[in-house]
Design a protein around this ligand. Structure first.
Ligand code: C5P
Length: 233
């Protein structure tokens, strides 16, 4: 019997990649497996939370006790998140959202041209889902959730993570080094550093390397503790 410290709390968690269509048969995407986000969703549900998992295309089953919404593009993910903003206590953005999408996806399959050795694609920036969710509001009917981001980087991981924590107005950020192939994308294991912020003061905690499931549990417990501490301040 697991204790239920998250009972009554509503989590919204994004996971997986997004796919941005170029034409009816091609898309831009990335190597996110969704494992970390699904592990977080499972852990939060085990602790009694009401969990909505908003997932891009992955090969994973929705964990027991979790509500799943499948999306494809960043725009769809944003809409799904925003529709839940006012009923979310804790928002965790674990998805690897494509930074750019095709400016105008072609209606028909883009044909290879015999006389054309180069093809230029015009991309436009996708909305930042996390930054949108973390925006300060004074509207009592649409309060800002407690917001947690992920920072997957290949260099200067800790600096970039702290910069994002402040710039996107987050309560916490989880940093991981995706240049190390034994952890991160696709792997079953991960090693992360958790940074929390209160009034611009940042605290750092390195978690020991472990399975994404074990880390998911640890992260949810630590985030819950920090969330509850904030509520009483
Ligand atoms: O800025 P960067 O993409 O590195 O930030 C990563 C964090 O922001 C992750 O938590 C990711 O889920 C979130 N993000 C988002 N929407 C985007 C880009 C990133 O929610 N368009």
């Amino acid at each position: 019997e697991v204790s239920q410290p998250a009972a009554g709390l509503r989590f919204t968690i994004t996971a997986g990649p997004t796919q941005e269509p170029l034409d009816p048969v091609r898309y831009l995407s990335n190597h996110s497996s969704g494992k970390m986000g699904y592990a977080l969703a499972a852990a939060a549900a085990e602790l009694g939370a009401e969990v909505q998992l908003i997932s891009g295309p992955v090969n994973l089953a929705i964990p027991a006790g979790v509500n799943g919404t499948q999306v494809t593009t960043a725009k769809q993910m944003l809409e799904a998140c925003e529709s839940r903003r006012s009923t979310t206590d804790i928002f965790i953005a674990c998805a690897a959202v494509a930074d750019y999408r095709a400016a105008t996806p072609a209606d028909q399959k883009i044909k290879k041209q015999a006389n054309q050795d180069e093809l230029v694609l015009k991309l436009v920036k996708n909305p930042d889902i996390l930054a949108n969710m973390a925006k300060a509001t004074t509207d009592k009917n649409n309060p800002r959730p407690f917001c947690v981001g992920f920072a997957a980087e290949t260099q200067q991981v800790e600096d970039y993570a702290q910069d994002k924590l402040l710039r996107k107005n987050l309560d916490a950020i989880v940093a991981n080094d995706v240049s190390d192939n034994s952890i991160g994308f696709g792997s079953d294991e991960n090693r992360v550093i958790l940074f929390t912020q209160h009034k611009q003061t940042i605290q750092r905690e390195a978690l020991p390397q472990g399975s994404k499931l074990a880390l998911g549990r640890q992260l949810i417990e630590k985030l819950l503790a920090f969330y509850k501490e904030q509520k009483t301040l």
